[in-house]
Design a protein around this ligand. Structure first.
Ligand SMILES: *[C@@H]1O[C@H](CO)[C@@H](O)[C@H](O)[C@H]1NC(C)=O
Ligand SMILES: *[C@@H]1O[C@H](CO)[C@@H](O)[C@H](O)[C@H]1NC(C)=O
Ligand SMILES: *[C@@H]1O[C@H](CO)[C@@H](O)[C@H](O)[C@H]1NC(C)=O
Ligand SMILES: *[C@@H]1O[C@H](CO)[C@@H](O)[C@H](O)[C@H]1NC(C)=O
Length: 378
């Protein structure tokens, strides 16, 4: 494994050192400077990088919603797209109901509150209010829409395969802010639907409007249909090809004890992802003990970490150690080595992995089934 990666790492070393024309990360350094990992927008080619939360990156607004593109089709070689959306609370839907035929869209609530609706074919028309850490799985060919309900809401969207951001580049206006404010503090502009002339063009972006869909409003305990298990019991992951919801902490969990304690909560496994071959989990990491040797991973697919809570230490390829905090995203291309750990007692990340040896899958396979959202006591 190590020797296989060596030439690849060397290639990255040379490329990155060449890019660091200012002299940082000079050739011959054992490690590249960690600063060279930090970018201000998702790169247009595969390379390891870190994008800090709210960095003044390439962003667009669609109505009052601000879309920031942490992982793109270009930056991930089309593995997946990861987008953060911030917006004021709104009385209107965030988008007209629609379907994607080729893209599997995941809605993860980073903070605040939002409502999600989903219906596949003539299946159950479901809706949930998502609070932080809650997740909705919009598999292909599912009619869906959403609404932002609270003033400080941030949605993390993961779309597989990558490249879906092109839609927002087309629909949105470029947005930039030197204060790095999540969104423009102004009254909500409401639904800025593309007009009916523009709708057929959207099909080339894999967006099929569903004008007939009437989002239900009859929620009881933040869920519809009535009697849905939502923050009230165990949530199973969906059958392959069916949409589903997982409330934070209420889904299946695994405990990994091999390298210190980690609690893995899968949101999408290979079973749900089917041919799209990806996984999404949250991973809760206990403080690294000095007796533990942190393993190095070299995976066949791309990985991304978004920090949800705490501080994640990460070492990617030949770069020095980076410490990431809430909302920061680290992207690791296929076959680039990485190690991660926490120097504080509780760090939680959202992990996205492409390929059948993804990190969360490995941890779950080597771990044990676990009932709790926290790790055990010693
Ligand atoms: C972007 O926001 C501005 C106001 O800040 C608004 O006038 C414009 O219509 C928005 N763009 C889109 C595509 O909704
Ligand atoms: C989605 O629907 C389209 C059009 O009916 C179909 O061609 C495609 O196979 C469906 N995709 C999946 C994953 O079922
Ligand atoms: C928006 O930003 C993109 C990327 O920086 C740029 O290519 C494009 O020309 C900009 N569009 C406008 C209308 O300024
Ligand atoms: C993983 O994927 C590779 C390549 O797609 C395939 O050859 C291999 O059989 C897969 N392994 C498992 C365990 O599914």
């Amino acid at each position: 494994m190590v020797s296989k990666s060596a030439s690849f790492c060397a290639a990255i070393t040379v490329a990155a050192a060449a890019a660091a024309s200012a002299g940082k990360g000079a050739i011959g350094d054992r490690k590249l400077s960690v600063e060279d990992l930090y970018v201000d927008q998702a790169p247009d080619h595969l390379r390891p990088y870190i994008l800090e939360h709210y960095v003044d990156t390439r962003a667009v607004n669609v109505s009052s919603q601000i879309y920031r593109f942490a992982v793109t089709g270009l930056s991930s070689d089309n593995a997946f797209t990861l987008i953060s959306t911030n917006a004021p609370r709104s009385d209107a839907l965030g988008v007209l109901p629609h379907i994607h035929q080729r893209h599997y869209e995941s809605f993860f609530n980073y903070k605040g509150r939002l409502q999600l609706w989903a219906q596949k074919d003539d299946g159950e028309h479901e809706s949930r209010i998502l609070t932080p850490g809650d997740y909705g799985s919009v598999v292909r060919n599912t009619t869906h829409t959403f609404q932002i309900l609270d003033p400080d809401t941030e949605l993390t969207g993961v779309i597989v395969p990558g490249g879906f951001e092109e839609l927002f580049y087309t629909l949105g206006d470029n947005f930039t802010t030197e204060t790095h404010t999540p969104y423009v503090p102004a009254p909500d502009l409401g639904l800025a639907g593309p007009n009916s002339d523009a709708i057929p063009a959207l099909e080339s972006f894999d967006v099929y409007a569903q004008f007939e869909f009437e989002p239900r409003r009859d929620l009881v305990n933040d869920a519809a249909p009535a009697g849905s298990i939502w923050h009230s019991g165990f949530n199973t992951l969906g059958e392959p090809g069916e949409p589903y919801f997982v409330a934070n902490g209420y889904g299946p969990k695994a405990l990994s004890s091999q390298f210190g304690y980690q609690v893995i909560q899968p949101l999408v496994t290979h079973e749900q992802a089917q041919d799209l071959d990806f996984t999404i989990s949250t991973i809760t990491i206990n403080k690294k003990r000095s007796s533990v040797t942190t393993p190095e991973y070299i995976l066949t697919g791309a990985s991304a970490f978004q920090i949800l809570e705490g501080l994640l230490s990460i070492e990617i390829g030949q770069y020095g150690t980076a410490v990431l905090s809430g909302g920061d995203v680290a992207f690791i291309p296929p076959r680039v080595s990485f190690k991660y750990w926490s120097n504080i007692v509780f760090t939680k990340v959202l992990y996205v992995g492409k390929g059948n040896d993804s990190l969360d899958k490995q941890l779950i396979t080597a771990g044990e089934s676990w009932e709790f959202a926290t790790f055990p006591i010693y």
